[in-house]
Structure formats: structure tokens, C-alpha cells
Ligand binder design. Structure first.
Ligand code: ZN
Length: 290
């Protein structure tokens, strides 16, 4: 299962080594907010990343501090203000390393991730349609297919489905999240439940087959010694039914004789017991008396 906070902290720990990538990642962070000189976020890791990227690029940045303007949601945003930063247009990013870094920044800055019953879903929430289009095009260049939609005046680039989200995680270098996602903890739980059921079924089947074998051997023994003909009609009927249907389970045998399951069980157990009683004292005697 992919956990959004785990994913964001994994992304925040990735420190691009090259200035071009740092620059692109910072641009991605700012892009989402539509604010060229600051980052506003609910997420501490994201705020720290903005400060670290800026200072690595020699851009002055304030430490993360609580946002001064009250937020509509009433949640506590953090704000980082940068001195100056002219971000490039994301669609102008030439190098694959920079496209990756930009998307990672955007993912940190604006994405929400959910794993509803309808499947995994990632959304980038942007200020205007133009930004949404540019981000979608940038993703498409890296073989991640996103859709566009509008919700409450916000423009959303969304990714749906296992495949696209795995591609996004691979692109942004979220390797641990990708591994969790692809091994699919959720899927695994379902599979192991199915396996447990199948194993239980198998075990039941095994028991049924072994019981039938014991009964057939007992009946053959009783028959061979002539005892079978001397048994009560009920037991003889049960023996005949078992011989006629070696693979049937108790329910099947009982219903074809029109008796209860426990009566059938009792008769078959009795046959096995009688054969056992016959066999135990008889074998030494047989070798002496013939
Ligand atoms: Zn780069």
C-alpha cells in the first residue's frame, strides 16, 4: 500500500546533485503554487526541501514559518519565501534529469494521493488551466499519461490506475514507494486469504479421501472373511453404497441412502471398527489354525 506521507518524505530525502536538477525541482515546487517567490505547504518535509534547494542554488530563503494569512481550511500552512527565482517553463526543460526533478518538485508541492476502493489516484492541483496543460504535457513526454479536469475553480492533472502511478513513482525516483506499490500489499493480503481457503479445501479433500480409503479397505476385509453377509441390512447397505461411490463424500452417500449424515457416518465408522476387531485377534490365530 502506498502511503502519501511516506511517499512525500521519501521524495524529500532525494537530493539532486546537479544544479540543473536542483533548479528544476525548485521550479516544480513553485509551479504548483503559482507563486514565483514562495512555497506554501502543509508539509514540513516539503518546506525544508524548498529551503535546501534554494540555499544550494545560492538563492536566499526564509526558514519555514507559519503562514501569516489565514487559510480557508483552517489548517496550518508553512511558508517559505525566496529572494528571487525565475523558473523556466517546464515544457522547455530539455534534459530528462530535469524533467524528472521538476515532476518530483510538483509532486511534493501539489499532489494528493489516495488509495480508494476504486483504485489508486494521484492529483496535481494547479491554479490555472495553462499550468495544468503544461504539466500534463511534461508528464506525457516522460510516458506518464495524465488527464485534465476542473474542480471548484482549480485545475487538476490526475493519474489513474496502477500502471500510470507506477510510472510516476519510477520517474520521480521514489523507489521504495514503487516497490511497496508494485508488490501490492493489498493484493497480497487478498491472495493469501484465497490461498488459505484453498489449502483448507485441499486438507478437507485429503481427509475425505483418506477416510474413504480406510472404509473401502475395511469393507474388502469384511467381505473377504465372509463377515459382510452376516452384518445388519443397514451396515450392508452402507458398505454397498461406499463401494459403488468410492469418491463420494459423507453428504452424498447419506442423501442417496435417504439417511442422515450422522447415521451414515456412524455406519461407516462401525464397518471400520468391525474390520479392525476382526483383523487384530485373527492374524496370529490365522497363521496357526489356517
Ligand atoms: Zn539535471
Amino acid at each position: 500500500m502506498l502511503v502519501a506521507t511516506e511517499l512525500k518524505s521519501e521524495l524529500a530525502r532525494i537530493r539532486p546533485a546537479r544544479p540543473c536538477c536542483r533548479r528544476a525541482e525548485l521550479a516544480g515546487l513553485l509551479f504548483a503554487h503559482g507563486d514565483r517567490n514562495g512555497v506554501r505547504t502543509l508539509d514540513h518535509a516539503t518546506a525544508r526541501t524548498a529551503v535546501q534547494l534554494a540555499s544550494a542554488l545560492g538563492i536566499g530563503a526564509t526558514a519555514p514559518r507559519p503562514a501569516t494569512a489565514g487559510s480557508r481550511s483552517g489548517r496550518h500552512h508553512l511558508e517559505v519565501t525566496l529572494d528571487r527565482f525565475a523558473a523556466d517553463d517546464p515544457t522547455a526543460l530539455q534534459a530528462a534529469c530535469d524533467r524528472r526533478a521538476f515532476v518530483r518538485g510538483a509532486l511534493l508541492g501539489s499532489a494528493s494521493i489516495s488509495l480508494g476502493a476504486s483504485g489508486p489516484h494521484v492529483e496535481f492541483v494547479l491554479r490555472d488551466r495553462d499550468r495544468a496543460r503544461r504539466l500534463r504535457d511534461l508528464l506525457a513526454e516522460s510516458d506518464v499519461a495524465g488527464g485534465l479536469m476542473e474542480r471548484r475553480g482549480r485545475h487538476v492533472v490526475y493519474l489513474k490506475g496502477q500502471e500510470q502511478i507506477a510510472a510516476l513513482l519510477r520517474l520521480t525516483g521514489a523507489n521504495r514507494a514503487l516497490l511497496d506499490f508494485e508488490t501490492g500489499r493489498v493484493g497480497r493480503e487478498v491472495r493469501s486469504r484465497v490461498n488459505r481457503l484453498l489449502n483448507a479445501e485441499q486438507a478437507n479433500l485429503g481427509r475425505t479421501v483418506r477416510a474413504a480409503d480406510r472404509q473401502l479397505q475395511a469393507i474388502a476385509h469384511l467381505d473377504g472373511t465372509g463377515e459382510l453377509d452376516r452384518l445388519s441390512p443397514g451396515l450392508r447397505e452402507a458398505a454397498a453404497e461406499r463401494r459403488a461411490h468410492p469418491d463420494a463424500d459423507l453428504d452424498g452417500l447419506a442423501s442417496s441412502l435417504g439417511i442422515s449424515r450422522s447415521a451414515m457416518n456412524h455406519r461407516l465408522r462401525r464397518l471400520v471398527e468391525l474390520a479392525g476387531e476382526l483383523a487384530a485377534p485373527a492374524s496370529p490365530a490365522a497363521s496357526v489354525g489356517g
